[in-house]
Design a protein around this ligand. Structure first.
Ligand code: NI
Length: 176
């Protein structure tokens, strides 16, 4: 397993729509393992493949709390089948938009079908944090970020800030 570099806003890759996985093989399982290691290292609770530069419909989630044994989940080609009318609000963050958090309202529960790490078709009825996390990560597969769900004013401010940071880090510029 290896830790991969994370792609950060405003990298245009984050706006790319990821392609479905055609075959769940050892290469794909290695990608999922690398994603889990990268996510644990960050640390975060969810990660989409595009965030490590792979435009494939793969995401990993682990909602285990500190002190609990790890509970890694791999979702391949996930698809939302149903969303509840009831909505809930969570303060979300994203490993590709470090140190920025905002409240996002989404359906409180979703039914998702996906392939697991063995390529077996599965369905999950998710609610609470799992429902929010799945929707946040599935958004990534469609080039959508959580800041797309907040006001344009706030979003423009965040994007401006990250564009400025990226410029400051650009090669050829000395950063002490
Ligand atoms: Ni994210």
């Amino acid at each position: 397993m290896s830790i991969k570099p994370l792609i950060i806003l405003p990298d245009p890759l984050l706006r790319q729509v990821s392609k479905p996985v055609e075959r769940v093989d050892s290469d794909l399982r290695k990608l999922a393992d690398d994603m889990l290691e990268t996510m644990y290292d960050a640390p975060g609770i969810g990660l989409a493949a595009i965030q490590v530069g792979e435009p494939l419909r793969v995401l990993v989630i682990d909602l285990a709390k500190e002190g609990e044994p790890p509970a890694p989940h791999v979702f391949i080609n996930p698809e939302i089948l149903e969303s509840s009318d009831q909505r809930s609000v969570y303060e979300e963050g994203c490993l590709s938009i470090p140190d920025y958090y905002a409240e996002v309202e989404r359906p409180a529960a979703v039914r998702v079908k996906y392939l697991d790490r063995d390529g077996k078709l599965q369905e999950i009825d998710a609610e609470g944090l799992m429902a929010t996390c799945l929707q946040h990560e599935i958004d990534h597969l469609n080039g959508v970020l959580f800041i797309d769900h907040i006001s344009k004013l706030k979003r423009d401010m965040v994007v401006r800030k990250f564009k400025k940071l990226a410029k400051e880090k650009a090669p050829g510029k000395m950063v002490g």
